[in-house]
Design a protein around this ligand. Structure first.
Ligand SMILES: NC(=O)C1=CN([C@@H]2O[C@H](COP(=O)(O)OP(=O)(O)OC[C@H]3O[C@@H](n4cnc5c(N)ncnc54)[C@H](O)[C@@H]3O)[C@@H](O)[C@H]2O)[C@H](O)CC1
Ligand SMILES: [K+]
Length: 210
């Protein structure tokens, strides 16, 4: 039986158990995570998908974001990817998703002049891997995303929120909706509602060891 709320540790253990013991490839988990996010974007009327920006960093949260961008793109939707961080540091799964986005020639940029030009923004910057206060270009990007009129969809954790404590590490995304994988996170309390927005738990086939 899987607990309804995970700590970061439990999320990582469940992820590792599913991949290494159950044998479901991490790429499958990433695809299921992306499908859950893309489905919510396409069925929730709060999200106007006329012009979507997916902001991705180089961890697996970014990989989820890149897969979301591709899923929207193949539906004929107008999608742009803003890639943050050093691509050379990207995880294996995120490198795979970058390659797929490039196959489809999805626009991938490293700067955005006007975030207000977008009707929906997807936050694929940091998930449970947030390890220190957000600074520099990452902080500026989060602040520009929050300042835009677009509704924000956060993937797994609103970036900048510490998923165990609900603490804001420097600055954090203010999402309309967060689609979180496998279980709510400990830090998703009433106090962090301005950052998480409405929380949806996606069953992506990740369960705790039993
Ligand atoms: N739970 C599941 O079963 C699944 C989760 N998925 C997604 O994977 C992320 C976790 O991915 P991970 O690579 O561990 O880390 P993140 O992408 O969250 O980000 C960490 C990344 O960013 C760097 N970093 C951390 N803090 C900072 C900072 N303050 N400034 C700059 N850079 C920072 C760090 O070095 C890492 O590179 C999870 O949230 C889900 O979205 C799977 O895709 C599907 C299954
Ligand atoms: K995120």
């Amino acid at each position: 039986m899987t607990k309804p709320v995970f700590s970061i540790q439990e999320a990582r253990e469940a992820d590792a158990y599913t991949i290494n013991e159950v044998g479901i490839p991490s790429a499958v988990l990433m695809e299921r995570a992306a499908l859950a996010v893309a489905n919510e974007l396409q069925t929730n009327e709060a999200f106007d998908l006329s012009k979507t920006l997916v902001v991705a960093a180089t961890g697996n949260n970014g990989g989820d974001g890149l897969a979301v961008a591709r899923l929207l793109f193949v539906q004929g939707l107008d999608v742009t990817v803003l890639l943050l961080g050093n691509e050379a540091h990207a995880t294996v799964e995120t490198q795979r998703q970058l390659k797929i986005c490039r196959h489809y020639r999805i626009p991938i940029v490293t700067t955005i002049a006007d975030f207000a030009a977008f009707t929906t923004i997807v936050d694929g910057i940091f998930g449970v891997g947030l390890a220190r206060p957000v600074e520099g270009a990452f902080a500026e990007t989060i602040q520009a995303m929050n300042a835009s009129p677009a509704n924000i969809m956060a993937i797994d954790v609103p970036s900048g929120l510490q998923a165990d404590t609900g603490e804001i590490l420097g600055t954090a995304i203010q999402a309309a909706t967060t689609v979180t994988m496998a279980a709510r996170k400990l830090g998703f309390t009433a106090k962090s509602e301005p950052n998480t927005g409405h929380v949806i738990v996606a069953d992506i086939g990740v369960y705790q060891p039993h």
